[in-house]
Write a protein that binds this ligand. Structure first.
Ligand code: ADP
Ligand code: ZN
Ligand code: ZN
Length: 722
């Protein structure tokens, strides 16, 4: 008889401890999911440990109560290695979240190695036969192509050669075979050779290899060639037979990074991100666990892949906010990466042109090894111009596109070069304002303005998805006096561009044009292939894109984020400008950048103009110091939310009264209502993070053990507070 200790998720209570069950099944191992009976409900448990006993009596005697048998086993095998099980427990402690939520985060419930999921998908592949037949020139070309490839997917061949592919099969020179669908052999892989490192890259590489520190901050200008350094370090590790984890903020926005890694490591690469379907996720997990692949490129969640011999973790664009999960457990991928690396005794490289202040502060305090790359591969930085909209609007220029920007766009169009125009998403969408009462139309469920889409005359809430069509009457004053549009979004910008540059081909990339699967990749590919002259978009186009023909980048409202209430808004604004500017002039063609701003004198703008991270860091640190913000203090946010306002208010007050310790308590403050949910937040600030966590843990745990408690979200080191 086996004693099973498991973590359970109760639908009402959040009980953070294991429960004891028994089973005669000897095949159960830690990490598998089991079905159990808890208070007359069937719920799922994650097995923490299995201990063999001689009899049930012996177990009951030791426990002092009668252990119930488990109902069934849900998984045949566990994808959580012992290392991951320990990681889950550490993460629960570190992020002050229930352990079960950590298990669930690590192993998406869809990755179920249950027998029902073993439906193996097949697909058609072709290979060449040794066969003498007379072929048309086109057929000969197809045959030749397949011979050089060895084997490839039939659909790919059909796409490339159309009916000629089929004719070759009919003639018998090519043969179709059925193969199991496998995510890794999906693409035709273009191979690439390692580049000869520049002096600057060489130096960085050497410093990384020689340091005895385990965390390295690689601070390199945009276009300084960080990727090549990553790749060569990874190669070394792979040659030793170890595994490499390559973390990127978003797969769909970094297609070039993915293809560079693939081209270097061929089919030994797994790609892992939230957009994969369950079958694909399951396969990738399996490939890593079984050691078929030794390089994983993935987003945040791939930090939980079942590695067995990790030799290096690379976390590119380490400042990016998408590394932080905004649901419980609110972990930061960087923390997990550093923790896992220490378990495996390997190095972590945090790379960025604009490191987070926390990381840079640690690096200059010598906690991390600081490696700087101050030279672009092409040795020239783009020239950055600043247009003060206050002056240009007074002169009667358009508030969307200044004359300077228009002239520069014209030049590029003439020279057949490409332009990227970025609209800072924050606060920039078209809203409707009532002509009588002047109120902006708000979402009925969220305290947020709805954005107006002129093309189909609809109002949309980008937070909850509410849509209002054909509005005639003001919801506030009931007048039918009509509305005026206010502000502009990407759609409006696109229209304005099309009017001014009638012949130009414009691509727009924003939440509306990228809602379909693979649409990011498709749009970026079109731009890369030169099928458009101007790429217009929000934040999403500022990330690691590398297009040699882009010689002009315009940031239309570069300082729009500066007056947000969030203490990080200045940092995010600086990051965005520097990252966006870094897309210009990355190759032989010289690059220019135009920043349109209202607040030209702001230090974030001034330092971004000079691409001077260190000066920005020093200025911003002074403000953080004065306000007692991170990295000078730690913060924990406790958010209480419920559809019932009184309930949420009551609990937040109780928590407020019970929190006691050597820290400052701010709030509770009332946040915007979102999706009909009332939200209140308490923020604590202090120097001793562990003590702060202990206090929050004990207060919150007590509240959660009472049935019907509002949702309480604890966020240690919160990134965004607006
Ligand atoms: P970063 O990630 O630092 O912004 P990238 O790694 O994208 O920079 O490199 C910028 C460009 O320089 C890329 O087009 C890359 O192919 C090229 N590059 C990088 N290293 C070398 C090298 N050693 N020799 C030639 N070209 C290089
Ligand atoms: Zn009105
Ligand atoms: Zn809404």
């Amino acid at each position: 008889m086996n004693l099973i200790e498991c973590w359970i998720e109760h639908p009402v209570l959040q009980l953070d401890k294991t429960y004891s069950y028994v089973t005669e099944n000897d095949s159960i191992v830690p990490g598998v999911r089991v079905l159990i009976n808890f208070n007359h409900r069937e719920i799922i448990g994650f097995v923490e440990s299995v201990t063999k006993y001689n009899s049930l009596e012996e177990i009951n005697e030791e426990k002092g109560f009668e252990c119930k048998p488990i109902l069934s086993v849900l998984d045949e095998e566990s994808y959580l290695t012992p290392e991951l099980i320990n990681l889950a427990k550490w993460m629960a402690y570190d992020t002050v979240s229930p352990t079960i939520s950590c298990f669930k985060t690590m192993l998406p419930s869809k990755v179920k190695p249950t027998s029902s999921n073993h439906k193996i998908k097949m697909e058609k592949w072709v290979h060449a036969n040794d066969f003498e037949a007379s072929l048309t020139p086109k057929q000969a070309e197809v045959y030749e192509y397949v011979c050089t490839k060895g084997e490839l997917k039939y659909t790919d061949l059909r796409v490339k050669y159309g009916v000629h592919a089929k004719n070759c099969i009919d003639k018998g020179v090519l043969e179709v075979i059925e193969k199991e669908v496998s995510a890794i052999f999906d693409d035709e892989i273009v191979t690439s050779e390692r580049l000869n490192l520049s002096e600057c890259q060489e130096k960085a590489m050497k410093q990384i290899q020689e340091t005895d520190k385990s965390v390295i901050l690689l601070h390199g200008l945009t276009g300084s060639g960080k990727t090549e350094v990553y790749l060569q370090l990874a190669e070394e590790v792979v040659e030793k037979g170890k595994q490499v984890l390559f973390l990127v903020p978003e797969i769909s926005l970094t297609p070039q990074m993915v293809s560079r890694v693939k081209s270097r490591f061929g089919s030994h690469v797994a790609i892992y991100h939230s957009g994969l379907n369950p079958q694909e996720k399951y396969e990738q997990f399996k490939l890593v666990k079984e050691g078929v692949v030794n390089v994983v490129v993935g987003t945040r969640s791939s930090v939980f892949m079942p590695f067995y011999d990790l030799g290096l973790i690379i976390l590119d664009e380490e400042h990016d906010h998408s590394y932080k999960q905004d649901n419980t457990p609110q972990y930061h991928c960087r923390d997990i990466a550093i923790h896992r690396a220490s378990t495996f005794g390997c190095k972590v490289i945090l790379g960025s042109a604009t490191p987070s202040l926390e990381s840079y502060a640690r690096a200059i305090r010598n906690v991390y090894e600081l490696v700087e790359m101050n030279q672009r591969i092409n040795e020239t930085l783009p020239t950055i111009h600043c247009v003060n909209l206050k002056n240009t609007i007074k002169k009667g220029e358009s508030y969307i596109l200044s004359n300077t920007l228009v002239e520069k766009i014209e030049e590029r169009l003439k020279r057949h070069e490409q332009v990227i125009l970025l609209l800072n998403r924050r606060g920039y969408s078209t809203t409707l304002r009532c002509n009588r009462c002047q109120e902006v139309i708000m979402c009925p469920h969220c305290e947020l303005a709805m954005s107006y889409h002129a093309s189909d005359k609809t109002l949309k809430c980008h937070t909850c998805g509410e849509v209002i069509r054909n509005i005639h009457e003001c919801p506030t004053c009931k007048s039918k006096a009509g509305f005026s549009t206010f502000g502009f979004g990407t759609q409006r910008l696109e229209e304005e561009l099309q009017q001014r540059f009638k012949e130009s081909r414009i691509l727009r990339m924003d939440a509306d044009t990228t809602s379909k699967k693979n649409s990011h990749e498709r749009l970026l590919q079109m731009f890369e292939d030169g099928k458009a002259d101007i790429l217009v978009g929000t934040q999403m186009i500022a990330k690691g894109l590398d297009y040699p023909r882009v010689t002009l980048v315009g940031v239309l409202n570069a300082d729009a984020g500066l007056n947000r209430s969030d203490y990080r808004s200045v940092e995010s604004t600086f990051d965005l400008i520097v990252q966006a500017s870094g897309r210009s002039g990355r190759s032989e063609l010289a690059g220019e950048v135009v920043l349109q701003v209202f607040d030209e004198e702001h230090y974030a703008i001034q330092t971004a103009l000079r691409q001077d991270y260190v000066s920005f860091f020093n200025c911003e640190m002074k403000f953080r110091h004065a306000g007692g913000y991170p990295p000078y203090n730690y913060m924990i946010s406790i958010l209480v939310q419920d559809m019932n306002q009184d309930k949420a208010k009551k609990i937040v007050k109780e928590i407020h009264n019970e929190l006691k310790g050597d820290f400052k308590i701010l709030g509770p403050s009332t946040l915007l209502r979102i999706k009909d949910t009332y939200r209140y937040r308490i923020l604590i600030k202090g120097k001793d993070l562990e003590k702060m966590k202990d206090c929050v843990r004990s207060v919150v745990r007590e509240k959660c053990a009472i049935g019907g408690c509002p949702t309480i979200k604890v966020d240690v080191n919160p990134m965004i507070l607006d």
